[in-house]
Design a binder for this molecule. Structure first.
Ligand code: SF4
Ligand code: ZN
Length: 292
């Protein structure tokens, strides 16, 4: 197959593009998303939440070309998985001269995720998500923007999951720039890879030869997300463009959705002071549970 823009061999199908044209197509898509949704303003202090995986490494690499960025990695304590990805991110940040801070569940909460899962009878991703959110909010407070590596697949999975579970209010927090309301305790989260599919990010990271592992977290197979992901992938295979259609139609209704849920009560956790809808936030509830 030939590139649709030149005579070279295509490395990517639909659109058919050679290495050079794919790289410019991908980077332009990211830049256009930043511009269209006003994700980053001049002078913004930008923190990239990174896991050492292909998505966060890709977004970190592209943003570092145009902005002054710092990286933050969270070590949840997932044996045989996170240790390897942390080594990858340390190496990457060193070679790209990006300041990196690593914080761990074990140091912050006294338990690694593996240890928590032995004590708690809860879904691993719910526990992991609650503590990650807490740490991200805490460490991003001094920054103007918190960047995540969420791609089109992640976003459409979240939209579909919220719909299937009857949790549409949670979708009001989605979109390329998150937040139903502004709050001094919540740094705006942005997703520059919003319109890039998993396959595109994978291709970009392979072409750029990023030294990242493509292993999945051992807990993912238990998750509801994995089921939704497989279902959406099947749909995409049979009906090309399903994912982008979900994202585009969702974005049309997102402003109304946000307006609708704007009035929901929202305060601060009485225990730790972080922004929370409930009196006690979910990470504090879990910490109390862990101490029993
Ligand atoms: Fe955490 Fe679940 Fe993601 Fe693993 S798959 S890192 S447990 S949220
Ligand atoms: Zn709390």
């Amino acid at each position: 197959m030939k590139c649709s823009k030149c005579e070279k061999k295509a490395v990517f199908g639909s659109p058919n593009l050679c290495k050079g044209h794919f790289i410019s197509y991908f980077e332009s898509k990211v830049k256009d998303t930043i511009k269209k949704f006003e994700l980053i303003k001049k002078g913004d202090k930008v923190l990239v939440a990174t896991s050492g995986g292909k998505d966060s490494t890709t977004v970190l690499y592209i943003l570092n070309k145009f902005y002054k960025v710092s990286a933050l990695a969270i070590d949840e304590g997932i044996g045989g998985y996170r240790d390897k990805t942390l080594e990858d991110i340390k190496r990457f940040c060193k070679s790209e001269k990006i300041p990196l801070k690593i914080i761990s569940f074990k140091t912050e909460f006294n338990y690694s995720l593996d240890e928590m899962m032995k004590k708690l009878n809860q879904n691993s991703c719910t526990v992991c998500g609650a503590f990650r959110r807490y740490l991200l909010n805490k460490y991003a407070a001094k920054f103007d923007k918190l960047v995540t590596g969420h791609n089109l697949d992640d976003e459409t999975q979240a939209i579909t999951m919220n719909l299937f579970r009857g949790n549409i209010s949670l979708s009001a927090k989605l979109g390329p720039k998150t937040g139903v309301r502004e709050d001094k305790k919540l740094t705006t989260r942005i997703k520059p890879l919003y319109f890039c599919s998993e396959k595109e990010v994978m291709t970009y990271s392979l072409l750029k030869k990023f030294d990242v592992s493509f292993n999945e977290c051992p807990y993912i197979s238990n998750s509801y997300r994995a089921e939704v992901r497989n279902c959406l992938n099947e749909f995409e295979k049979e009906n090309k463009g399903t994912k982008i259609k979900i994202a585009n139609s969702f974005l049309k209704y997102l402003p109304s959705l946000r307006d609708y849920f704007k009035g929901e009560s929202f305060g601060y956790c009485k225990r730790c002071g972080e922004a929370s809808k409930k009196d006690i936030c979910s990470s504090c509830t879990l910490l109390v549970e862990l101490k029993k």
